[in-house]
Design a binder for this molecule. Structure first.
Ligand code: AGP
Length: 605
């Protein structure tokens, strides 16, 4: 998703801006660019290739300057094309980079054309640049405030005027923007990662804020134009991702990091305690009588697995909602709901909006399960649990998922304990299972060669079905998401019991069906569903626990996992599916870590 970096300094800031873009590359983008203030007119370099290519172009142009803005673009309005790459200029005076979507760009465009502005891109951002130009009379902040007052939708922008060499203005509504404070220099960025190495002092702008930056500092005003002081925070950046080492891709590396990531995430869960979720959660946890889980994509699927834990372990009613749907609904709410937002990035626009919607509906008890300490979600909720996956670079979420599951399991057990439905003995058993989990995950990862053999067969297919039951339905859904996301093979998942109500019509000898078969209470039902597939000539690829007695045979391939791992079984079953997607994608030669059209951090609606 679009990434912004801006700087106003007394030294050449082009290397800092380019480095900032490199750090934002993980978010996903299709073009990039950088612009600097120069006497006469602003200068810019843009590229349809990677940031490294942009760096070469900028060097060839000898691009340098004391004030500049830079951007990675993830196309929303207008194809990925050079003329649509940011920074966008208005009349060689105003330069803008933007993350978000301007919903009323069409009427504004018509109005600006009527005033003689010429549009050279298909972007909604060009409307912003011309609007600021139209309002500009020597005071950039005033022009930005006047222009943004007319915008509907979401935006984070960084802007400079070529008439004001040592000034940069930022503004945000709905999309993230952070101010970085350096020594005799100031920065803007989409997230703190972009400024690693430049500063560790940050101010997180709030919706409606504008920031006026010079090398000596920043002044912030709120939506009404009042000068406000926002707290400055010191942010210790997470460990850099380091080299790939023995791995070909970050996704592969991250899959194999899962045993350690899960171990680190649960290390602090000793003993299961409300302190995990920050002080004073005990009273509130006592007061809640149901749980609402909100997330998108993989994070939503972790909520779907956890639903089973909140019901069976904590005996609480649970709703799991896709954040992009919940945010537009008017559900019947209860004041005794614990609202849990689940997110790797903590910046996903739909999940943040769903959280705000829940808060606006009166929910007070909010908790974030998140992998980025300095993220908007961690700041916006009352309680939080930081997963310890470390930085996840691959667009396909892997270690974030399993660490979210570990955190959700701890939460379910903690609530069960508080509610008196988990006995001390059960708690000790859960603790033991958590302790044994990393080793069990390692044992499953050792099955990679068998998964590669499957990938060699499935990589040739255009369609794959996934089946599961109970918590493993969410694992099947996650397996299908992983496969389609990075290998571009069409994959869908269904509850195994639903097969006969429709999807069975798709099953032929050309349709592989991947099945998650834990040795739980539903395994016999699942076996019947597998027979339904076999009877139609379908090919089965079954991930089965030892003890299920599912034997390989004609049209039936089986990978045997360790014995059933109880409620945490889903964490084991997802690993072969991640590996399957990864190896199928490698065989098909896709860009595994940066799949087409996708972004790591989805900060637009
Ligand atoms: C999963 O592989 C995804 N790339 C995607 O579904 C992701 O989980 C979703 O966009 C939510 O992101 P978040 O966890 O950062 O909120």
């Amino acid at each position: 998703m679009c990434g912004i970096v801006g700087a106003v300094s007394q030294r050449d800031i082009v290397p800092t801006l380019i480095e900032g873009l490199r750090r934002l590359e993980y978010r996903g983008y299709d073009s990039c660019g950088v612009a600097v203030h120069r006497d006469g007119a602003p200068r810019r370099a843009r590229s349809m290739a990677r940031v490294n290519a942009l760096a070469r172009t900028a060097a060839d142009m000898q691009l340098e300057g004391l004030t500049g803005i830079a951007h990675t673009r993830w196309a929303t309005h207008g194809l990925p094309a050079m003329q649509n790459a940011h920074p966008i200029f208005s009349r060689e005076l105003i330069a803008v980079v933007h993350n978000g979507i301007i919903e009323n760009h069409e009427p504004l465009r018509t109005m600006l054309i009527g005033r003689g502005y010429e549009f050279v891109s298909q972007t909604d951002t060009e409307v912003v640049a011309h609007l600021i130009h139209a309002f500009y009379h020597g005071d950039l902040l005033a022009a930005v405030r006047a222009a943004t007052a007319l915008l509907h939708g979401s935006y984070a922008i960084a802007v400079f005027s070529n008439d004001e060499p040592q000034r940069m203005v930022g503004a945000r509504q709905g999309s993230p923007l952070v101010v970085g404070i350096g020594a005799e220099e100031s920065f803007l960025a989409s997230d703190v990662l972009a400024l690693e190495g430049s500063t560790d002092r940050f101010i997180f702008l709030e919706d409606g804020d504008s920031a006026d930056l010079t090398p000596s500092g920043v002044r912030i005003c709120d939506r009404d134009g009042n000068h406000v002081r926002r707290p400055e925070r010191s942010v210790v950046q997470p460990r850099a991702e380091g080299s790939l080492g023995e791995y070909r891709h970050y996704m592969q590396k991250e899959i194999f990091e899962q045993p350690d990531a899960v171990a680190q995430t649960i290390a602090e869960a000793e003993p299961l305690s409300t302190l995990l979720f920050k002080a004073r959660s005990r009273d509130a946890f006592d007061a809640i009588d149901n749980v609402l889980l909100l997330g998108c994509g993989t994070s939503h699927y972790s909520g779907q697995v956890a639903k089973h834990w909140f019901e069976s372990i904590a005996r609480l009613p649970v709703q799991v909602e896709i954040a992009s749907e919940y945010r537009y609904r008017q559900p019947v709410e209860s004041s005794r709901t614990l609202v849990v937002v689940i997110s790797q990035s903590g910046e996903t626009a739909d999940t943040l909006a769903a959280l705000k919607h829940a808060q606006a509906l009166g929910h007070e008890h909010t908790l974030a399960i998140c992998n980025v300490a300095a993220s908007a979600m961690m700041r916006a909720t009352k309680w939080s649990f930081l997963t310890k996956a470390g930085r996840e670079i691959g667009v396909a979420s892997t270690k974030a998922f399993t660490t979210q599951l570990a955190a959700l399991f701890v939460l379910a057990a903690t609530l069960g304990r508080i509610r008196g439905v988990v006995t001390a003995e059960q708690e000790a058993r859960y603790r033991l299972q958590l302790d044994e989990l990393p080793a069990a995950l390692r044992a499953v990862l050792a099955l990679e060669p068998q998964v590669i053999a499957w990938a060699n067969e499935l990589a040739m297919c255009e369609h794959v079905l996934f089946l599961g039951r109970g918590p493993h339905l969410a694992i099947a859904l996650e397996g299908a998401l992983k496969l389609k996301e990075i290998s571009y093979i069409h994959a869908e998942a269904f509850p195994a019991g639903e097969l006969k109500h429709g999807p069975l019509a798709l099953v032929t000898s050309a349709m592989p069906v991947v099945v998650c078969a834990p040795n739980d209470g539903l395994v016999d039902k699942l076996k019947s569903n597998m027979e339904e597939v076999r009877a139609r000539g379908g090919r089965l690829y079954v991930i089965a626990d030892v003890g299920t007695h599912i034997e390989p045979g004609e049209s039936m391939s089986v990978i045997e996992l360790p014995p059933y791992f109880g409620p945490l079984s889903s964490l084991l079953h997802v690993l072969p599916l991640q590996l399957l997607a990864y190896h199928a994608a490698c065989i098909r030669g896709t860009d595994v870590d940066k799949p087409r059209n996708l972004a790591k951090s989805v900060t637009v609606d």
